[in-house]
Write a protein of this length. Structure first.
Length: 195
């Protein structure tokens, strides 16, 4: 066997060994590393996100770990990004929260929650106009979403940005508010609005 044939055979053998041992396509070690569609595990991401949702109030660190694990399984699982953003928001990590809500917004185009959460984050960051726009965006993708209506009305009144929609928003909250406290708040605010 000549040297060229021997080298070709050796390279082919090494290639087979590398492919057989899994060296050809290692799985990423953490979230935010791109993977092929074949490597994504959406079911696992969904299961881990549901498990994390049960722990967010009682054990936020464990919930965060589970959400990061979910994103390692499937970087494109929007609910995991949204829920991770909620944890960041609760900790006052506004930049990180906004980043996660942006991911979730793009991955969940018809869902109002990431937009509403982004509005809460932007308001805390002092970016009221952008927060109002995020509420409007939530209502564009899900007209009549009561939590978004509540947030928009609250933002408008808190930051002296009431407009022609404010009265209608408050009347809607009186009828369909998510709690008696929201409904009472809306009734009081309606009495204070100029005619």
């Amino acid at each position: 066997m000549n040297a060229v044939a021997y080298r070709t055979l050796l390279i082919a053998a090494l290639g087979c060994v590398m492919l057989g041992s899994g060296c050809a396509a290692p799985r990423p070690a953490g979230p935010y590393q791109s993977v092929s569609a074949a490597q994504r595990d959406s079911m696992r991401a969904q299961r881990l996100t549901a498990e994390a949702a049960e722990l967010t109030g009682s054990d936020p660190q464990r919930a965060e770990d589970l959400l990061r694990e979910a994103l390692t399984a499937d970087l494109y699982h929007g609910p995991a990004h949204n829920n991770l953003g909620v944890i960041h928001l609760q900790r006052g990590q506004l930049y990180e929260a906004a980043n996660e809500f942006e991911w979730a917004r793009k991955l969940m185009p018809g869902h109002p929650d990431p937009r509403l959460n982004l509005a809460l984050t932007l308001e805390r960051a002092g970016r009221v106009d952008e927060a109002l726009a995020a509420c409007d965006s939530a209502l564009q993708v899900y007209p009549g979403h009561i939590a978004s209506q509540q947030q928009l009305a609250r933002l408008q009144l808190r930051h002296q940005r009431a407009d022609s929609r404010t009265g209608d928003l408050l009347r809607e909250i009186v009828m369909r508010g998510t709690s008696p406290q929201w409904q009472d708040w809306a009734r009081q605010q309606l009495l204070r609005l100029p005619p």
